[in-house]
Write a protein that binds this ligand. Structure first.
Ligand SMILES: [Zn+2]
Length: 254
Protein backbone atom coordinates (compact mmCIF):
# COMPACT_ATOMS: atom_id res chain seq x y z
CA UNK A 1 0.00 0.00 0.00
CA UNK A 2 1.36 3.40 -1.10
CA UNK A 3 1.78 6.10 1.48
CA UNK A 4 0.97 9.73 0.79
CA UNK A 5 4.72 10.40 0.81
CA UNK A 6 5.30 7.78 -1.97
CA UNK A 7 2.62 9.41 -4.15
CA UNK A 8 4.07 12.89 -3.81
CA UNK A 9 7.48 11.41 -4.60
CA UNK A 10 6.11 9.87 -7.82
CA UNK A 11 4.45 13.18 -8.79
CA UNK A 12 7.75 14.99 -8.20
CA UNK A 13 9.57 12.44 -10.39
CA UNK A 14 7.13 13.03 -13.26
CA UNK A 15 7.55 16.79 -12.86
CA UNK A 16 11.36 16.45 -13.03
CA UNK A 17 11.17 14.22 -16.14
CA UNK A 18 8.72 16.65 -17.79
CA UNK A 19 10.98 19.61 -17.04
CA UNK A 20 14.03 17.75 -18.38
CA UNK A 21 12.19 16.92 -21.63
CA UNK A 22 11.02 20.52 -22.03
CA UNK A 23 14.53 21.89 -21.49
CA UNK A 24 15.93 19.31 -23.91
CA UNK A 25 13.46 20.30 -26.63
CA UNK A 26 14.11 24.01 -26.10
CA UNK A 27 17.89 23.55 -26.20
CA UNK A 28 17.89 21.40 -29.34
CA UNK A 29 15.42 23.79 -31.02
CA UNK A 30 17.65 26.69 -30.13
CA UNK A 31 20.70 25.04 -31.68
CA UNK A 32 19.02 24.56 -35.06
CA UNK A 33 17.59 28.09 -35.02
CA UNK A 34 20.89 29.77 -34.17
CA UNK A 35 22.82 28.76 -37.27
CA UNK A 36 24.71 25.65 -38.26
CA UNK A 37 22.66 22.82 -39.65
CA UNK A 38 19.37 23.60 -41.37
CA UNK A 39 16.41 21.50 -40.35
CA UNK A 40 15.85 18.69 -42.86
CA UNK A 41 12.40 20.08 -43.71
CA UNK A 42 13.77 23.55 -44.48
CA UNK A 43 16.51 22.08 -46.71
CA UNK A 44 13.89 19.95 -48.45
CA UNK A 45 11.67 23.02 -48.99
CA UNK A 46 14.53 24.97 -50.60
CA UNK A 47 15.71 22.13 -52.83
CA UNK A 48 12.26 20.77 -53.79
CA UNK A 49 11.91 23.25 -56.68
CA UNK A 50 15.32 22.24 -58.10
CA UNK A 51 15.55 19.20 -60.38
CA UNK A 52 19.00 17.92 -61.35
CA UNK A 53 19.14 16.63 -64.92
CA UNK A 54 22.78 15.52 -64.62
CA UNK A 55 26.05 17.43 -65.22
CA UNK A 56 25.31 21.20 -64.93
CA UNK A 57 21.70 20.84 -66.15
CA UNK A 58 18.85 21.83 -63.90
CA UNK A 59 15.14 22.52 -64.22
CA UNK A 60 13.76 24.92 -61.62
CA UNK A 61 9.99 25.07 -61.16
CA UNK A 62 8.74 28.51 -60.18
CA UNK A 63 5.20 29.81 -59.76
CA UNK A 64 3.88 29.24 -63.29
CA UNK A 65 7.37 29.50 -64.76
CA UNK A 66 9.73 26.75 -65.88
CA UNK A 67 13.44 27.60 -65.91
CA UNK A 68 16.30 25.51 -67.26
CA UNK A 69 20.01 26.07 -66.76
CA UNK A 70 22.57 24.58 -69.20
CA UNK A 71 20.29 21.82 -70.59
CA UNK A 72 22.52 18.97 -71.84
CA UNK A 73 21.64 15.41 -72.80
CA UNK A 74 18.17 15.93 -71.31
CA UNK A 75 15.03 13.94 -71.96
CA UNK A 76 11.99 15.83 -73.20
CA UNK A 77 10.39 17.72 -70.35
CA UNK A 78 8.07 20.65 -69.64
CA UNK A 79 8.63 23.51 -72.12
CA UNK A 80 10.84 26.35 -70.93
CA UNK A 81 9.81 29.92 -70.16
CA UNK A 82 13.42 30.82 -69.44
CA UNK A 83 16.70 29.10 -70.33
CA UNK A 84 19.99 30.27 -68.80
CA UNK A 85 23.28 29.32 -70.50
CA UNK A 86 26.57 29.90 -68.70
CA UNK A 87 29.03 29.61 -71.61
CA UNK A 88 29.58 28.25 -75.10
CA UNK A 89 31.12 24.82 -74.39
CA UNK A 90 29.08 22.01 -75.93
CA UNK A 91 28.13 20.47 -72.58
CA UNK A 92 26.49 23.79 -71.58
CA UNK A 93 25.29 25.45 -74.80
CA UNK A 94 23.68 22.54 -76.63
CA UNK A 95 21.37 23.65 -79.48
CA UNK A 96 19.80 20.17 -79.79
CA UNK A 97 18.90 20.14 -76.11
CA UNK A 98 17.60 23.72 -76.20
CA UNK A 99 15.39 22.66 -79.14
CA UNK A 100 13.72 20.00 -76.97
CA UNK A 101 12.33 22.60 -74.55
CA UNK A 102 12.26 25.87 -76.49
CA UNK A 103 8.93 27.38 -77.55
CA UNK A 104 8.22 30.66 -79.33
CA UNK A 105 7.84 32.58 -76.05
CA UNK A 106 10.97 31.13 -74.41
CA UNK A 107 13.56 33.71 -73.38
CA UNK A 108 17.19 32.58 -73.48
CA UNK A 109 19.69 34.35 -71.24
CA UNK A 110 23.28 33.62 -72.22
CA UNK A 111 26.90 34.71 -72.06
CA UNK A 112 27.72 36.31 -75.40
CA UNK A 113 29.82 33.43 -76.82
CA UNK A 114 26.95 31.02 -76.10
CA UNK A 115 24.32 33.32 -77.61
CA UNK A 116 26.04 32.96 -80.99
CA UNK A 117 25.20 29.23 -81.03
CA UNK A 118 21.48 29.70 -80.33
CA UNK A 119 18.47 31.42 -81.84
CA UNK A 120 15.19 32.85 -80.58
CA UNK A 121 14.59 35.58 -77.99
CA UNK A 122 18.06 36.01 -76.52
CA UNK A 123 19.30 38.34 -73.80
CA UNK A 124 23.08 38.53 -73.43
CA UNK A 125 24.52 38.91 -69.94
CA UNK A 126 28.08 39.54 -68.83
CA UNK A 127 29.48 39.31 -65.30
CA UNK A 128 27.97 42.06 -63.13
CA UNK A 129 24.80 42.45 -65.22
CA UNK A 130 21.38 42.27 -63.56
CA UNK A 131 18.05 41.61 -65.25
CA UNK A 132 14.47 40.94 -64.26
CA UNK A 133 12.77 38.65 -66.76
CA UNK A 134 9.25 37.26 -66.37
CA UNK A 135 9.36 38.18 -62.66
CA UNK A 136 12.66 36.39 -62.01
CA UNK A 137 15.61 38.50 -60.84
CA UNK A 138 18.82 37.30 -62.45
CA UNK A 139 22.37 38.39 -61.70
CA UNK A 140 25.33 37.23 -63.80
CA UNK A 141 28.54 36.63 -61.84
CA UNK A 142 32.07 35.73 -62.98
CA UNK A 143 33.09 32.13 -63.67
CA UNK A 144 36.67 31.35 -64.69
CA UNK A 145 39.69 29.14 -64.08
CA UNK A 146 42.68 29.99 -61.95
CA UNK A 147 44.52 26.65 -62.17
CA UNK A 148 42.94 24.47 -64.90
CA UNK A 149 44.78 24.83 -68.19
CA UNK A 150 44.07 23.57 -71.72
CA UNK A 151 47.72 24.23 -72.59
CA UNK A 152 50.42 26.15 -70.69
CA UNK A 153 49.01 29.56 -69.80
CA UNK A 154 45.64 28.95 -71.53
CA UNK A 155 42.81 28.19 -69.09
CA UNK A 156 39.75 26.22 -70.21
CA UNK A 157 37.61 29.12 -69.00
CA UNK A 158 39.57 32.37 -69.33
CA UNK A 159 38.28 35.28 -67.24
CA UNK A 160 38.31 37.55 -70.31
CA UNK A 161 35.84 35.26 -72.12
CA UNK A 162 32.99 36.69 -70.05
CA UNK A 163 31.63 33.32 -69.01
CA UNK A 164 29.13 33.52 -66.18
CA UNK A 165 27.40 31.91 -63.27
CA UNK A 166 23.90 33.07 -62.30
CA UNK A 167 22.14 34.05 -59.10
CA UNK A 168 18.37 33.88 -59.48
CA UNK A 169 15.51 34.01 -57.04
CA UNK A 170 12.68 31.55 -57.54
CA UNK A 171 9.78 31.19 -55.07
CA UNK A 172 11.81 33.18 -52.55
CA UNK A 173 14.79 30.83 -52.80
CA UNK A 174 18.03 32.50 -53.91
CA UNK A 175 19.89 30.01 -56.10
CA UNK A 176 23.53 30.38 -57.27
CA UNK A 177 24.61 28.29 -60.27
CA UNK A 178 28.38 28.73 -60.38
CA UNK A 179 28.95 27.72 -64.03
CA UNK A 180 32.35 26.27 -64.96
CA UNK A 181 34.73 27.84 -62.50
CA UNK A 182 37.47 27.45 -59.97
CA UNK A 183 37.20 28.85 -56.44
CA UNK A 184 37.50 32.58 -57.17
CA UNK A 185 37.62 35.56 -54.79
CA UNK A 186 34.33 36.96 -56.16
CA UNK A 187 32.55 34.04 -54.46
CA UNK A 188 33.08 35.80 -51.11
CA UNK A 189 30.38 38.30 -52.07
CA UNK A 190 27.83 35.68 -53.13
CA UNK A 191 24.88 35.41 -50.74
CA UNK A 192 22.35 32.69 -51.50
CA UNK A 193 20.22 29.94 -50.02
CA UNK A 194 21.34 27.14 -52.35
CA UNK A 195 24.66 26.99 -54.23
CA UNK A 196 25.12 24.65 -57.21
CA UNK A 197 28.87 23.98 -57.39
CA UNK A 198 30.98 21.93 -59.82
CA UNK A 199 33.11 19.23 -58.14
CA UNK A 200 34.55 17.05 -60.94
CA UNK A 201 38.01 18.58 -61.28
CA UNK A 202 39.83 18.61 -64.67
CA UNK A 203 37.95 21.65 -66.13
CA UNK A 204 36.49 23.00 -62.90
CA UNK A 205 36.95 22.76 -59.12
CA UNK A 206 37.91 19.45 -57.58
CA UNK A 207 35.83 18.24 -54.62
CA UNK A 208 38.49 19.66 -52.28
CA UNK A 209 38.51 23.06 -54.04
CA UNK A 210 34.71 23.09 -54.01
CA UNK A 211 34.79 22.60 -50.23
CA UNK A 212 36.99 25.72 -50.01
CA UNK A 213 34.54 27.58 -52.27
CA UNK A 214 31.53 26.45 -50.22
CA UNK A 215 33.10 27.95 -47.11
CA UNK A 216 33.67 31.28 -48.95
CA UNK A 217 30.12 31.57 -50.28
CA UNK A 218 27.36 32.65 -47.91
CA UNK A 219 24.97 29.77 -48.51
CA UNK A 220 22.74 27.48 -46.47
CA UNK A 221 23.14 24.35 -48.55
CA UNK A 222 25.25 23.19 -51.52
CA UNK A 223 24.20 20.88 -54.35
CA UNK A 224 27.21 19.38 -56.19
CA UNK A 225 27.15 19.25 -60.02
CA UNK A 226 29.35 18.80 -63.13
CA UNK A 227 29.30 15.04 -62.61
CA UNK A 228 27.16 12.18 -63.82
CA UNK A 229 27.24 12.75 -67.60
CA UNK A 230 30.71 11.61 -68.66
CA UNK A 231 32.89 14.08 -66.72
CA UNK A 232 33.37 13.20 -63.07
CA UNK A 233 31.29 10.70 -61.12
CA UNK A 234 28.99 10.58 -58.13
CA UNK A 235 32.04 9.55 -56.07
CA UNK A 236 33.29 13.13 -56.52
CA UNK A 237 29.98 14.42 -55.15
CA UNK A 238 30.19 12.01 -52.21
CA UNK A 239 33.79 13.03 -51.47
CA UNK A 240 32.73 16.68 -51.53
CA UNK A 241 29.85 15.95 -49.16
CA UNK A 242 32.21 14.18 -46.74
CA UNK A 243 34.61 17.14 -46.43
CA UNK A 244 32.34 20.20 -46.84
CA UNK A 245 31.80 22.34 -43.74
CA UNK A 246 28.53 23.57 -45.32
CA UNK A 247 25.54 21.16 -45.51
CA UNK A 248 25.40 19.26 -48.82
CA UNK A 249 22.42 17.69 -50.60
CA UNK A 250 23.14 15.32 -53.49
CA UNK A 251 20.04 15.33 -55.68
CA UNK A 252 18.98 12.28 -57.69
CA UNK A 253 19.52 12.66 -61.45
CA UNK A 254 16.09 12.95 -63.10
ZN1 LIG B 1 33.18 24.62 -69.88
Amino acid sequence: MKTRRDESCIRLSYAVIGLALTVGILVSGNISASGGAESPSETARMTSIIHWLGHDSFRIDGDGIVIYIDPYKIADGPKADLILITHDHKDHASPEDVAKIQQSETTIVAASAAAAKLSGQIQIMKPGDKLNIKGISIEAVPAYNTNKFRSPGVPFHPQESGYVGYILTVKGVRIYHAGDTDAIPEMKSVHCDVALLPVSGIYVMTAEEAATAAAMIHTRVVIPMHVGKGIGGLEDAERFKAISSVPVTILPIE
